[in-house]
Design a protein around this ligand. Structure first.
Ligand SMILES: Cc1cc2nc3c(=O)[nH]c(=O)nc-3n(C[C@H](O)[C@H](O)[C@H](O)COP(=O)(O)O)c2cc1C
Length: 220
């Protein structure tokens, strides 16, 4: 083989090696790598994240998880806001957030964590499916405002949001709700069965949409 030919073969091999190294670097999160995306195959993942000091919101979170389990092929994980990692958030295809109402608003600890998910952890929430729930002591205590605030966080982080559906068996009509909520007292004490039903329907809806969206992404 001519000297020039050897040189050409060497340069070609070198180019291939550099290209391969760059690809490996990107795959392991090197500079300029794409944000980690949930796996494009297998089970859809829904993450339920809540803040709760006296247990009411935690009960609703368990209800949401029961609803997710109604949908075959969707796995659910329930975590306190203080326990959630960047990896948990990025691996989730759907995220359901819940917290109590404090002074008709999101508790500061919850809000700080949400800000940090974007600001400090730089989680990419694009096209994840989201839903929200809240608890409040009063009948008009600000729980709907909390639900909407949680949904706004999701919308502003490029998520697709949904609420539970309710089917009226007598008329056949289907209603949509903004999220799930429970009044916890003193007028209506604790998390009731009808409120847990709302939490379950929320989990079921988010799981159904997560599964549909994921199936579409995989088929593309
Ligand atoms: C600091 C603080 C502020 C609260 N503010 C409100 C409020 O504005 N409206 C309301 O209905 N309930 C309010 N509550 C009641 C809680 O929202 C309610 O007890 C809730 O279910 C507690 O949830 P947890 O058991 O998950 O901690 C407040 C409770 C606390 C501790």
């Amino acid at each position: 083989m001519k000297p020039g030919g050897d040189h050409g073969a060497f340069m070609s091999a070198l180019f291939c090696a550099v290209t391969l190294l760059n690809a490996l670097h990107a795959a392991h999160g090197g500079q300029g790598a794409e944000p980690v995306k949930p796996a494009q195959t297998g089970t859809a993942q829904v993450l339920v994240v809540y803040y709760s000091r006296t247990g009411n919101t935690e009960q609703m979170a368990r209800g949401v998880a029961e609803g997710v389990k109604r949908v075959p092929g969707v796995a659910v994980t329930v975590k306190k806001i203080s326990e959630v990692s960047k990896e948990d958030l990025q691996a989730a295809d759907g995220i359901v957030l819940g917290c109590p109402t404090y002074f008709a608003n999101i508790p500061g600890e919850m809000k700080t964590a949400l800000d940090d998910w974007n600001w400090k952890l730089k989680v990419d929430f694009t096209d994840k499916v989201g839903g929200a729930f809240a608890t409040a002591g009063g009948q008009v205590g600000g729980q709907e405002h909390v639900v909407v605030s949680l949904l706004l966080f999701m919308l502003h982080n490029r998520m697709i949001v949904a609420g539970p559906l309710y089917r009226n068996e007598k008329t056949g009509s289907v209603w949509a709700e903004s999220g799930a909520a429970a009044i916890t007292g003193p007028l209506d004490v604790g998390v009731g069965e009808a409120e847990l039903d709302g939490a379950r329907r929320l989990g079921e809806r988010v799981a159904t949409l997560t599964k549909k969206l994921r199936a579409r992404v995989i088929s593309e």
